[in-house]
Each structure stands twice: as C-alpha cells, then as structure tokens.
Design a protein. Structure first.
Lengths: 170, 204
C-alpha cells in the first residue's frame, strides 16, 4: 500500500516537473523561421501565384499574337504608301499600349497579392507566437539577417502547418 | 484500491457528461450565448493588423431565438418560422476595427474612398462570398449589408446560401474575398460534426 502511494506521488511530481519545464521553456524560447520556405509553401501564396500565372499566360499569348501580326504587317509594308504607313504606325501604337497595360496590370496584381499574403501570414505567425508564448520569432532569409541559429529552434515546419491550417479556416 | 477505482469512474462519467453537452436542450438566451461562444466553433474569427473578420454560422433555432428575444417560445410559432427559413445555410459576418474607429474610414482619410467602400459593400461584396459544400461552389443568394453610419466600430452582413439537404453532408467552407483592407481570400471552415450536433431549443 505504501509502495503504491509512493508511485502515485512520484508520478504526480514528474507530471508537475514536465509541465513547469514546458511552461518556462515556452516562455523563454527564441525561435526562427525560414522566410523563403514558408512564403513559397504557404497555401495562399501557391493559390495566388497560380492565379497570377494564369493571368500572365492568357495575356502573354495576346501580346505575342499582336507582336507576330505587327512583324507580318511590317514586312509587307510599302514605305511609299503614306496611308499604309499611318495605319501601320497606329497599329504599332496600339500594340505598345496593350503591352504596357498588360505589364502594369500584372505588376499591380503581383503587388496586391504579395501584400495579401504577407498580411495574412504575419497575422497567423503572430497568433502562433502568442499561443506558444515565444519571446521572439526571427525570420531567416538567407541574406545574412540571421548568421547562425541552432536547428533545434527552427520552427519553420511547425509554422508552415500552423499557417496553412489557419488559412484553411481551421 | 476500490476507493480509487470509484473516484476514477466518477471522473470518467463527469467527463463523458461534459462531452455530451452539445445534445443538451437550451432556452433561447442560453442558445444564443452558446452559438456566440467561439469555443463552440460556430463563430470563427480572423485577426488582421487593425481589424478582425468574424463569421457566425446561424442555425435555424439560433435565428428564431434571436427573433423572439424570449425564453418562452411557442412551439407552433417556432415550427412555422422554421418551415419558412428551411432550405438555406445562414451566416453573419462582422468586420470590426480594433482601435474602435469607423471601420469604413480605416487606413484612409478620403471621403471619396469612404463612399467607394460603402458602394462596394452595398452592391459588389455579395459576389465575393461563396460557400463550398460537397465540392460544389454555391453563390450567395440572400445578402444584407447592415450599416452603422460610424456609430459602431463595425459593419455587419447577413447572408445565406441555398442548401439541398436538411443534414449537412460535408464540412462547409465559407470563402470571403476582401478587396478593401488588403487581406484577400479568407476561408472559414465549419465542421460537419458540429453542424449536425446542435443543441435543441426549448419551446413551449
């Protein structure tokens, strides 16, 4: 009976020690995340990049067709026929404007999407930090911002699962 | 030894009873509080920098409880109202400024931008809300933008999607595309198990 009591007390102490260890460990931990990896593998980033790719492909083919048509017209152009030259120049101007508008729109989309990705990812990372009581979450971008960190405090994979879960609405 | 075993059985039974809490019957006021509690997963929240987006799945008893505003709801009136409401999935959404200011003036000083936002939420926002059920994308059929004219730091929306089945067959994923605050696409997942395991509303 006394032996059993001893076992229960020991188990109780072990549980308390583990809890205390986790509590203090969580409170004091400084961790880091591989920025590039999390950005590339974040579901929202993948979705928006695919969307951007579709847009680029669609309009790139339009611009390419216009370019081919312009070259064709240019090769057949009679430089002495002023009316034809005027027509050709108007078409060329149209092609340039179309290309410009495509690149401007693609850049705007890219900027908008990046802002959305960064906004959502930052808010999820902040939640992760608060939930796990991390003191600091550093971002390693491979450009010297973080020169060395022990692999043991790399939470990239944990963070990736967390942000993707949060994005999915869980 | 027998004493320990009895204590363990008691704890286990208490645990089981607390788990089974969702099948409880609730009066209207309790029902509303229960659905509004984010811990029960009918209300989901996305925190962004200065704002948050909060969506609530509104089961029929919850809507009726909100309408009657009384713990004594007549059963026949309840049944009639339930029949009227059936066939849709109802949701509400709140966009709120964390600093307490007018949400429609967040990150802008321009009155022109303010009216652009009002216009967007009144007429275009409905197109940005979809529901995924059973791999089908369903468009929002009922939509109402509730303006607070700057009195409250939030704007509310209520919307609904047609549903074929009485029982929810799969998880419901509500997708909201934000175009105003630079947040973009947001997913809110409502688990099938939760939606099919609602408490009953006490009627008389």
């Amino acid at each position: 009976m006394l032996k059993q009591k001893g076992i229960y007390i020991s188990l109780f102490i072990i549980v308390i020690v583990i809890q205390l260890f986790q509590y203090f460990k969580g409170n004091e931990q400084i961790v880091f995340i591989d920025n590039q990896k999390i950005f590339n593998e974040f579901k929202m980033a993948k979705e928006l990049n695919a969307k951007l790719e579709v847009y680029n492909l669609k309009y790139k083919s339009v611009i390419d067709s216009l370019d081919i048509e312009l070259t064709k017209r240019g090769s057949k152009l009679d430089v002495d026929d002023t009316l034809e030259v005027k027509k050709y120049l108007r078409f060329k101007e149209y092609c340039t404007k179309e290309a410009e508008s495509f690149y401007t729109k693609a850049n705007e989309l890219n900027t908008d999407y990046n802002t959305q990705i960064i906004n959502q990812m930052n808010s999820y990372i902040e939640e992760l930090g608060k939930e796990n009581h991390y003191q600091i979450i550093l971002g390693a971008n491979g450009q010297g911002g973080l020169l060395y960190a022990n692999k043991g405090i790399d939470i990239t994979d944990i963070a990736l699962i967390y942000v993707n879960n949060k994005y999915e609405g869980n | 030894m027998k004493k320990y075993r009895d204590i363990l059985i008691f704890i286990f039974l208490s645990f089981l009873m607390s788990c089974n809490n969702t099948s409880n019957k609730k009066v209207a006021s309790e029902y509303i509080l229960w659905i509004n509690d984010t811990a029960n997963n009918y209300r989901k929240r996305k925190d962004q920098k200065n704002i948050f987006f909060e969506t609530t799945y509104r089961p029929l008893p919850y809507i009726i409880a909100n309408e009657f505003r009384s713990d004594h709801i007549d059963d026949s009136l309840y049944q009639v109202r339930k029949l009227e409401l059936e066939g849709m999935h109802y949701f509400s959404m709140r966009i709120q400024a964390k600093n307490g200011g007018d949400i429609l003036m967040q990150n802008t000083e321009s009155k022109q931008e303010y009216f652009k936002r009002v216009n967007h939420y009144s007429y275009d926002f409905q197109k940005n809300i979809t529901l995924i059920e059973n791999q089908d994308t369903i468009n929002c059929k009922l939509f109402n933008f509730i303006r607070t004219h700057g009195i409250a730091p939030y704007v509310d929306f209520v919307f609904a999607f047609p549903s074929k089945d009485k029982q929810v067959q799969t998880d419901l994923k509500l997708i909201v595309e934000d175009e105003v605050f630079g947040v973009g696409k947001m997913n809110f997942l409502f688990k099938k198990e939760r939606l099919n395991n609602l408490p009953k509303l006490i009627t008389q």
